[in-house]
Design a protein around this ligand. Structure first.
Ligand code: 4FV
Length: 266
């Protein structure tokens, strides 16, 4: 996978390329990463890349000429890459899009600054708009890093374990199960016995129940849109029966009280 990033702050990416899984993926040549400084494509001596908005108003807009030249230079470096503009106007990024982008060979990211880029760039030279969330950033750089990070994790072999990415949150539409590591007792809190049992079948089942419960408690919306498999349905039905029992015994107990109360009033 080849990443090319267009930005007026290429130095922001140095530390990003030089650490953790991203650094190792570059060393293992699983990914290559390049930044192009949009300023280098501004022809005036002050390398101006922004100007006042037509129609007045506050803020500045990124000029089309340096951006267009930079995008065309990126096309030479990454001819098959979709040009992705990071903008709140874009489709909201998620694991599914990370998977989709990871299936490609090359990606070009256009990082806006100021109020955004001249619309004529968007119309003619941008293939895809992606947002990392409904809030406004000072620039697209952090959004590009978020997407490059999530996409790199999807590239086989970058996470060490062969199937590590398959076990990801959202990989199967669920949040991840709870994780524990040594020490076995931490501040009087112990690790669930099942995880110490060595019984892999039961551990897998415990992890599935943990993932389902966390998703039910924290992101029930994910469960609603998930294509549940038999095992998951079995567990959810088990829980719903438990809840039914609780409610029945509750209503049963309170029915007597209600009758008693009604009899007293008669
Ligand atoms: C953004 C987002 C974002 C808007 C104007 C950069 C800023 C400035 N990018 N997801 N949310 N971009 O706020 O991707 O040019």
């Amino acid at each position: 996978m080849k990443f090319v990033v267009l930005t007026i702050f290429p130095e922001m990416f140095g530390p990003f390329w030089d650490h953790g899984i991203i650094r190792r993926a570059i060393e293992q040549e699983k990914i290559s990463a390049a930044t192009l400084n949009i300023r280098d494509f501004a022809e005036d001596k002050h390398q101006v890349t922004d100007d006042r908005p037509y129609g007045g108003g506050s803020g500045m807009v990124m000029k089309p000429e340096p951006l267009a030249a930079a995008i065309r230079a990126a096309e030479l470096e990454a001819p098959s890459a979709p040009k992705i503009l990071l903008t709140p106007q874009g489709r909201v990024f998620n694991q599914k899009i990370a998977h989709e982008l990871a299936s490609l060979e090359q990606l070009v990211f256009v990082c806006g600054r100021y109020e955004g880029v001249d619309e004529r760039i968007n119309i003619d030279l941008i293939d895809d708009e992606i947002s990392i969330g409904d809030y406004v950033l000072t620039g697209g750089e952090l959004a590009a890093m978020v997407i490059i990070d999530a996409v790199t994790r999807q590239i086989p072999g970058t996470l060490g374990g062969v199937d590590a990415a398959e076990k990801d949150s959202f990989a199967d539409g669920l949040l991840e199960h709870a994780h524990y590591t040594r020490p076995q007792v931490f501040e009087n809190k112990t690790v669930p016995d099942i995880l110490l049992s060595g019984h892999h079948g039961e551990i897998e089942n415990w992890r599935l129940e943990s993932a389902l419960m966390r998703t039910l408690m924290k992101r029930a919306d994910l469960l609603k849109q998930k294509d549940l498999d038999e095992k998951e349905i079995e567990i959810l039905e088990k829980w719903s029966r438990w809840i039914e029992d609780i409610l029945e015994s509750y209503h049963g107990a309170h029915a007597e009280h209600r009758e008693d109360a009604e009899n007293e009033t008669k």
